[in-house]
Structures are given as C-alpha cells and as structure tokens.
Design a protein. Structure first.
Length: 140
C-alpha cells in the first residue's frame, strides 16, 4: 500500500471512530459542593454516580451507563449526570445527607425528592430502569 493511501485510510478510520455513538456522549459533571443544589434549583433531574477510580463495580456501572446513553441520546439531553468521587466526597456532608452507604451507588434526584437508587448493581436492566425513572421525571 502506498504511504499516502495508508494515511488517508487511517485518517478516515479515526474520523469514523470519532463519530461513533459512544464517542459522542458528553462527560458527566464533576461534583463540587453546590453543583447539585444549583441543578436542582434550576428544575433539572440529577443522576448521581458515587464512584471511585479503583472500584471495579463502579467501572462496570460506568460501561453500562455509557452504552445506554449512546443508545438513547434523550438521557443526556434531559438529565444532569454528576460523578461524585468517593475518595474526595465519601465522608462529605452532602454524601451523609443522602445516606449513601458506599461507592457504586447511583441516585436520582428531582426537586427535594429522591426518585430512586441502586447500590452495587451492574445489570443493564436495573441501571436502565433507574435512568428511565430519571428521564420520565425530566420530561414531565
């Protein structure tokens, strides 16, 4: 193969990867004190992901969430996704106020209500059900 053909083929392939649905998902907001209150005050539905970089259960949940977002863009269009770093905020007042028992906890909030949560579950059906609860709340 000629060098120019190789470069053009490689460039086309990398461009196709950039347009894939998984690559198109936006990064979630990173939790800092006040960010959730701001989103809730604006009337948003918030999907909290309490996670740690070293947690294999968290990584499995993250893969499922990314795949579900890629399959249904309405999730990202209507829900505020917020990652809460367990190492930084596991003992924070915000985490305590929600009675979060551990990392790998996913919680949906709207207004002053908790709409649902799952703890340490990685099944697509459970995570999808929680995301659907958030989407329904966000679009009503």
């Amino acid at each position: 193969m000629k060098r120019r053909d190789f470069i053009l083929t490689a460039a086309a392939a990398s461009g196709a990867l950039a347009l894939s649905p998984v690559a198109a998902t936006a990064a979630p907001m990173v939790f800092t004190p006040g960010v959730v209150a701001k989103e809730l005050a604006a009337g948003k539905t918030v999907f909290l992901d309490f996670k740690a970089s070293w947690c294999s259960t968290c990584a499995a949940q993250e893969r499922v969430i990314a795949a579900l977002k890629a399959a249904n863009p309405a999730y990202e269009q209507n829900i505020s996704f917020v990652d809460v770093d367990w190492d930084d905020y596991g003992r924070h007042e915000f985490t305590k106020s929600l009675n979060i028992p551990r990392r790998s906890t996913l919680v949906v909030l709207k207004g002053d209500q908790e709409l649902g949560r799952i703890v340490a579950q990685t099944g697509e059906s459970e995570i999808k059900a929680l995301m659907d609860t958030a989407l329904n709340a966000a679009t009503m």
